[in-house]
Design a protein around this ligand. Structure first.
Ligand code: F6P
Length: 490
């Protein structure tokens, strides 16, 4: 088997460099070990006049990383436009934030089609394609239209909302129909899969048998594969990071005060405003906690050119300064608010320093920070995870303190409970969560999905009574490209 993994963002960073995005950071170690080719955006755009996609190809563990310059004329409409101003808000149940146009949709389809043509060079007889996330809902259909009959799977890292909400996305029907080109469609939770199947049944009027749907493309299986982490690796990072200057400086600065930590992209789905308001409530309702507890909120800036994100950045900066202004003292700041990223190693050390981990999104596919916080804890004195019941991770980490992020007072009370939880209870809850993390690692997720994809493809072939042609000519010949030109985006 030659596995080809495709995502918009790829990563080549080591554990010692800051990483952007849960997906890219999660995929890197497993892709490295699997020998797969990982294809994604180079972070540069290029005039679409070129005859073939321009790619940098470099070694990645036992496999390779192929980074494409996406077409300059369509990148904005694809990424900021349709992917992040139509799909992202809808997938997180914020249809009120949809701002998109027909041109954006056109660009989204153009980039999906461009990626499909680029992937033809990797179409070996044994190739298996695994497409990641909402940037490429239509990529499988574009590939099928180019004659690709290989296994093609898709995994959605975000939630999939109810029928009514997905109906708010322009061209929703066309997109969902296109998704049926995938042999296997993976979701983070049962709710996500059930919402998708309910759309298939009631909006497309298709029959479903055991999660399998038949369409003009063949059969597609819809199933749940909760993404995991490598808990042993994270624990090792946490132990190693204890002596890192950032971590020891943080410890020294606390003077016995207890710390809560939050690590998020600045995104309206993450519930940051509600979290800061809850922290404000704790300090107001329980003034004895002033100087006894504080919050470290790492908030990496994201998608800043989109209005909703720019507005949120301003709102959070004002809110934090307001809370600090009201509760702070000459020698004490309740909230440390940092707009920069840290490496996985340093993050693991920061998580272990904090007695409470706050992961309180309004909606989240999984949220790997929740899992990482747990894995980084000291087994003899673990911290407490306060987790939104609307994060996918809450299905597995059900011995965390689960909260409703819309209930600010309730969240404030729960955070205060977390700070004062006795050791015996902390250990019991933590051990139960660790058992779940060990039972579903990122490696398990990866192999389970790829195995299920091959089975789903075989089932589709059987149903259609077709055979995969032995070898198909690539539209563009495989050759090496040097890294020159292009306009850098980030
Ligand atoms: O679906 C989740 C995800 O892919 C995360 O991995 C990441 O945080 C985000 O969406 C994508 O972020 P970006 O737009 O920065 O690539």
């Amino acid at each position: 088997m030659n596995l080809v993994v495709v995502s918009n963002r790829v990563s080549r960073a080591s554990a010692n460099e800051p990483m952007t995005g849960g997906l890219a950071a999660a995929l890197l170690p497993v892709v490295e070990k699997s020998g797969a080719i990982w294809v994604g955006s180079s972070g540069r755009v290029r005039d679409g006049a070129q005859k073939e996609p321009f790619a940098e190809i470099e070694a990645l563990g036992t496999g390779a990383l192929a980074m494409l310059d996406l077409p300059a004329a369509h990148y904005g409409g694809y990424y900021e436009g349709f992917a992040n101003s139509a799909l992202w808000p809808a997938l997180h149940s914020r249809t009120d934030l949809i701002r998109t146009s027909q041109d954006d949709y056109q660009s989204y389809r153009e980039v999906n089609s461009f990626m499909a043509r680029a992937l033809l060079r990797f179409r070996k007889p044994e190739a298996v394609f695994w497409i990641q996330d909402y940037h490429f809902l239509a990529l499988g259909a574009e590939m099928r239209d180019l004659g690709v009959t290989h296994p093609i799977g898709f995994f959605l890292h975000t939630p999939w909302p109810t029928r009514a909400i997905i109906g708010g996305v322009p061209h929703h029907r066309e997109l969902v129909e296109a998704m049926l080109a995938y042999n296997l469609i993976g979701f983070q939770t049962d709710d996500d899969r059930d919402n998708f199947l309910s759309y298939i049944k009631f909006d497309l009027g298709l029959d479903i048998a055991d999660g399998v749907v038949a369409s003009r493309f063949g059969t597609s299986r819809c199933a749940v594969f909760p993404i995991g982490i490598d808990p042993a690796k994270f624990a090792a990072h946490a132990a190693k990071a204890a002596s890192h200057p950032d971590v020891s400086r943080l410890r020294r600065s606390l003077h016995g005060e207890k710390l809560a930590i939050g690590v998020d992209r600045v995104d309206y789905s993450k519930g940051l405003v509600n979290r800061i308001e809850a922290f404000d409530r704790i300090l107001t309702l329980q003034p004895q906690l002033n100087r006894a507890v504080s919050l470290l909120q790492i908030a990496t800036l994201s998608r800043g050119t989109i209005e909703a994100y720019g507005d949120l950045q301003n709102q959070l900066a004002k809110l934090v300064s307001d809370v600090n202004g009201r509760h702070g003292e000459v020698d004490w700041t309740p909230i440390r608010y940092l707009n920069k990223g840290y490496s996985q190693t340093v993050l693991a050390g920061l998580y272990r320093t904090a007695q409470v981990g706050l992961v309180t999104p309004l909606h989240d596919g999984m949220n790997l920070v929740a899992k990482e916080y747990v894995a980084a804890q000291n087994p003899v004195d673990p911290g407490v995870l306060v987790l939104s019941k609307f994060a996918g991770a809450a299905n597995e980490l059900d011995t965390a303190l689960l909260v409703n992020p819309h209930d600010i007072d309730g969240m404030a009370r729960t955070i205060a409970t977390a700070f004062s939880m006795p050791l015996v209870e902390r250990r019991m809850r933590w051990e139960a969560m660790m058992a779940k993390l060990r039972a579903g690692t990122i490696q398990d997720w990866f192999t389970d999905f790829v195995d299920a994809l091959q089975d789903a493809h075989a089932a589709s072939e059987k149903a259609a009574g077709q055979k995969v042609p032995a070898e198909l000519p690539a539209v563009w010949p495989v050759r090496s490209f040097s890294s020159i030109g292009g306009t850098r985006l980030h």
